[in-house]
Design a protein around this ligand. Structure first.
Ligand SMILES: C[S@@+](CC[C@H](N)C(=O)[O-])C[C@H]1O[C@@H](n2cnc3c(N)ncnc32)[C@H](O)[C@@H]1O
Length: 256
């Protein structure tokens, strides 16, 4: 008799638990867990929305489509836009904001896609981006994009060959330098870039993975510099980063 009662109780327990599981699955069908539903909550897009306004996001999207289509159809390499990837833009923006960079230099504007990411960060930090470009058509395209973006007040366009412009810079004038131009010039430009970086400043170099061979002498030069700490970041086409070291005393008292 007792055995029969226990059996019935156990059967009822199993049925209730099956029923509850069924109801839970039905509920999940109509209420998918947002954290597990990449279509409704793509990580990149939610991150994107936090960092850029919807108007800027739309312009960046347009430039991404334009850049890809234009570059695919373009035979002449110097006429291509060669924009950084979106995740590189997010990386640049986060780095600039994290280090509160106010004085930002970009070498290689093209049509201004990467500049917009840096300028958006400069808007947060109250800073400004100086961006260097020598191709007249790209200067014009960039200028139009800066106007459309509403970020023009945070951007200063510098026209001409980067070499002489870099040589004329005062020492320690930039918190962040983004290098994305003619790679075979980097080694020659290094003394000027080194001097223009503020103490604790950061250099970010694009294409460190995609064009590792072309950049190897430059990267070796920076890596062997005892005044710099370096790393390779696997974002986009590979970002080589180098930060200018300051003494321990300076970290403790930045005014020294
Ligand atoms: C890879 S593209 C820059 C792409 C841009 N940073 C972006 O992601 O939107 C390189 C640009 O650097 C420019 N450039 C190359 N060498 C230069 C130099 N010596 N002085 C000034 N601009 C240069 C090229 O005209 C080209 O527009």
């Amino acid at each position: 008799m007792l055995n029969n009662i226990l059996l019935i109780v156990a059967l009822i327990g199993i049925m209730v638990s099956l029923l509850l599981q069924l109801r839970y699955q039905e509920y999940r069908g109509t209420h998918p867990n947002p954290d597990r539903n990449p279509e409704r909550y793509p990580i990149a897009s939610s991150n994107h929305e936090k960092m850029v306004s919807s108007a800027l996001s739309a312009l960046l999207g347009e430039l991404e489509t334009f850049g890809l289509r234009h570059d695919q159809a373009c035979e002449e390499r110097t006429e291509r836009m060669l924009n950084i990837t979106r995740d590189t833009g997010e990386f640049l923006g986060c780095m600039a904001i994290a280090m509160r960079a106010r004085r930002i230099l970009e070498i290689g504007t093209s049509n201004g896609y990467s500049t917009l990411w840096l300028a958006n960060a400069a808007r947060h930090t109250g800073g400004q981006v100086t961006t260097i470009e020598y191709a007249p058509d790209k200067i014009r395209l960039a200028s139009d994009n800066f106007r459309k973006s509403g970020l023009a007040p945070y951007i200063r366009q510098s026209y001409g060959d980067a070499g002489p412009i870099l040589n004329a810079l005062d020492a320690k004038t930039f918190d962040l330098i983004f290098l994305d131009a003619e790679r075979n010039e980097y080694l020659t430009w290094w003394p000027a870039i080194r001097s223009a970086l503020a103490d604790g400043g950061l250099l970010i170099v694009d294409n460190a993975v995609s064009h590792a061979q072309e950049l190897s002498d430059f990267i070796q030069q920076v890596q062997s510099d005892t005044g710099f700490c370096t790393a390779l970041v696997p974002v986009g086409k590979g970002e080589f980063i180098a930060t200018k070291l300051v003494t321990q005393a300076e970290y403790q008292d930045p005014s020294t």
